[in-house]
Design a protein around this ligand. Structure first.
Ligand code: NAD
Ligand code: ZN
Length: 254
């Protein structure tokens, strides 16, 4: 399916003119893979399951186990999800050398699954497809923890150090990952075109990156179904569906 939006031609021009692009993604790029976003009216997760705050997670064993129960209860569609046309189009732009890095707020691993190398994906909010000990950072596979949870009705402490094991995501109230924040900043400073794909741009500090890019002279494009607080400062705003729009963009670049 092709989008008829005249903006696609403008977008294609901006991409052609760019010699170093950053793509910044949010939950919106993964809805076409069957993973609900946070803030879409009606279907957004925000209204259905309130996220657990990091301080509460740390303070209470009961809350920790409740969060694991939630993780394993089948609500998580992340395991079954596959990259959609939007992810594949972004991967193609990386492959062609257009995009130097993908900065993502997503925790679903779908950019990596679409073929982008780990070094080119910057995860600001971590990754929910595995877990880590918060003290020694040893990695645990979710499948292995699920077996334990089903057998013992809990996820126990780290076998190596006794620390708390948590999914490798950054929860509300948890410190942002320093190395990723620094990499994201470097990429933002170096790009001449910054493209937002599927983010409501209300979560900070993540939403500071498009703002920083624009303030430093890069062009800013926002592709998101709904309005965002940064629409006014963008060079181009497309309130369109991501998959068809990204596919149409690629077709115009050929
Ligand atoms: P958000 O839910 O706040 O915003 C998503 C935006 O995408 C919305 O404005 C919506 O209008 C738009 N959108 C949804 N589907 C679209 C489509 N097919 N085409 C065009 N636009 C579409 O997401 P956010 O800004 O990423 O912030 C949510 C936070 O929740 C993030 O920090 C992220 O860590 C986490 N989260 C991640 C996932 C995931 O990994 N897939 C899913 C839900 C939440
Ligand atoms: Zn440990």
């Amino acid at each position: 399916m092709m989008t008829a939006s005249p903006h696609i031609d403008t977008l294609a021009d901006l991409v052609r003119q760019s010699s170093r692009m950053v793509v910044f993604t949010g939950a919106g790029i993964s809805t076409e893979s069957g993973i609900p976003d946070f803030r879409s009216p009606g279907t957004g997760l925000w209204t259905k399951t309130k996220p657990i705050d990091f301080r509460d997670f740390m303070a209470s064993e009961e809350i920790r186990q409740a969060s694991w129960r939630r993780r394993f209860s089948g609500q998580s569609r992340i395991e079954q999800a596959e990259p959609n046309q939007g992810h594949l189009a972004v991967a193609e732009l990386v492959q062609r050398g257009k995009v130097s890095a993908v900065i993502t707020q997503n925790i679903d691993n779908l950019h990596q699954n679409s073929g982008i190398a780990d070094e080119q994906v910057i995860e600001l909010h971590g990754n929910s497809t595995y877990a880590k000990c918060l003290d020694c950072e040893v990695r645990y596979e979710i499948a292995e923890l699920k077996v334990q949870f089903e057998a013992e009705n809990r996820v126990g402490p780290c076998r190596a150090c006794g620390g708390i094991v948590k999914s490798a995501t950054i929860s509300f109230g948890q410190a942002m990952p320093e190395a990723e924040m620094a990499r994201a900043q470097r990429e933002t400073l170096a790009c001449d075109l910054f493209m937002v794909v599927g983010s409501s741009l209300v979560v900070y500090p993540a939403a500071g990156f498009p703002q920083m890019a624009k303030e430093l002279g890069a062009r800013l494009v926002i592709l998101n179904r709904e309005e965002t607080p940064l629409d006014d400062m963008a060079d181009l705003v497309l309130h369109e569906e991501i998959g068809p729009t990204m596919s149409a963009l690629l077709a115009r670049l050929d």
